[in-house]
Design a binder for this molecule. Structure first.
Ligand code: SAM
Length: 243
């Protein structure tokens, strides 16, 4: 493909699947399931539903990691559409690509190693740009949102799925206990990495609140911006259009 990764013929699939077992990425997927008790699968499905893409659409799965969203989008855009899995991290991208090939999804997928802050795509390229659990990690979020807006076709939409802020005090209490006390312990046992999971909880607290992120999207040029809280605001989907 034009994104620097070789397209892999299906017959090479079996050999590749056997050869590739990136322990970091498989641990990543396991931790997602553990930490969210599997609920991240539902959050992702809802985000893709809200993206409202059609057959034949072109989608950018930004900070796509191991490709969960790409898999869901691929089903919706069909063979006539295409999905670009893009991530700044080569190892995540490689694991994502191998996962997708393993699932038999290769034909209409492309891969790109990119920084969300300065996307290397032409203006007006995508019907949908989606960033799931990725914006939080981006240093210059405003630059990323402007870049996402630029590569969006008129009529297209940006979807941001991200941890957010609980909308009621009881959820907040339970969630604080879970993420500051319990989660680092789970991280220590399962991933042998307590600090990373403490950092995770802190980075979620630092992330802009629902209304603030909405305002940032509007500032980047997006219109009709709105958000949908899930699990009492622990996670939110933001959506905005380019007209
Ligand atoms: N979207 C996937 C999911 O929901 O399972 C992966 C989310 S993972 C928590 C965050 C991803 O963001 C990582 O794969 C990381 O490499 C990527 N990332 C971090 N900063 C980025 C940037 N500036 N541009 C593009 N990707 C970035």
């Amino acid at each position: 493909t034009h994104f620097g990764f070789k397209q892999v013929p299906k017959q090479e699939k079996v050999a590749m699947v056997r050869g590739v077992f990136d322990s970091v990425a498989s641990q990543y997927d396991l931790m997602n399931d553990l930490m969210s008790m599997g609920i991240h699968r539902i959050w992702k499905r809802v985000a893709v539903q809200l993206a409202n893409v059609r057959e034949g659409d072109r989608v950018l799965d930004l900070a796509g990691g191991t490709g969960d969203l790409t898999t869901l989008f691929e089903k919706r855009v069909g063979k006539k559409g295409d999905v670009v899995l893009a991530d700044i991290n080569a190892a995540m991208l490689r694991t994502g690509r191998d996962r997708l090939i393993n699932r038999g999804l290769a034909g209409n997928l492309q891969y790109a190693q990119v920084n969300a802050e300065c996307l290397p795509f032409a203006d007006n390229t995508f019907d949908c740009v989606c960033i799931a659990f990725g914006l939080r990690n981006v240093t210059d979020k405003d630059a990323a949102l402007r870049s996402m807006y630029r590569v969006l076709k008129p009529g297209g939409r940006v979807i941001v799925l991200e941890f957010s802020h609980p909308i009621d005090p009881i959820t907040e209490k339970v969630y604080d206990f879970y993420s500051f006390k319990l989660l680092p312990k789970i991280g220590a046992i399962v991933a042998k990495d307590e600090d990373s999971y403490r950092y995770l909880a802190e980075s979620i607290r630092m992330h802009p609140k629902q209304d603030e992120l909405k305002r940032m999207m509007e500032e980047a040029g997006l219109e009709r911006c709105e958000y949908f809280n899930m699990t009492q605001g622990i996670v939110a989907v933001h959506r905005g259009y380019k007209f």
